[in-house]
Design a protein around this ligand. Sequence first.
Ligand SMILES: Nc1nc2c(ncn2[C@@H]2O[C@H](COP(=O)(O)OP(=O)(O)OP(=O)(O)O)[C@@H](O)[C@H]2O)c(=O)[nH]1
Length: 108
Amino acid sequence: MKVDAVVYLVDSCDKERFAESKKELDALLSDEALTNVPFLILGNKIDISYAASEDKLRYSLGLTNFTTGKGKVNLADSNVRPLEVFMCSIVRKMGYGDGFKWLSQYIK
Ligand SMILES: Nc1nc2c(ncn2[C@@H]2O[C@H](COP(=O)(O)OP(=O)(O)OP(=O)(O)O)[C@@H](O)[C@H]2O)c(=O)[nH]1
């Protein structure tokens, strides 16, 4: 089975479970079947006032030095796995569009 991308949805309000989320994410990131597969991390529920900030989520998931940049970033010749964090609210229909748009540049 060929996997084109992984979209990992995290509840940015559920701070008590960030460690658990990080563990699951780390397992996926180190899965050999997913080497070089682009990862879109979505921090959901930002319509709630106590949602974690993007920086806080990125830090809590251990991604501070691993995100590869928003916008158009050519990684084709680099061997670097595309990975970014986008904050969103599924119920408000916002944020994830930018994430999927970013992701689409890495899917052939
Ligand atoms: N405020 C808000 N609520 C949302 C959003 N997206 C989903 N929900 C609500 O969250 C509820 C289900 O999500 P979760 O409780 O995170 O469900 P889950 O991830 O399956 O369950 P857990 O593993 O227990 O976290 C539903 O009531 C959704 O309406 C959002 O962007 N904002």
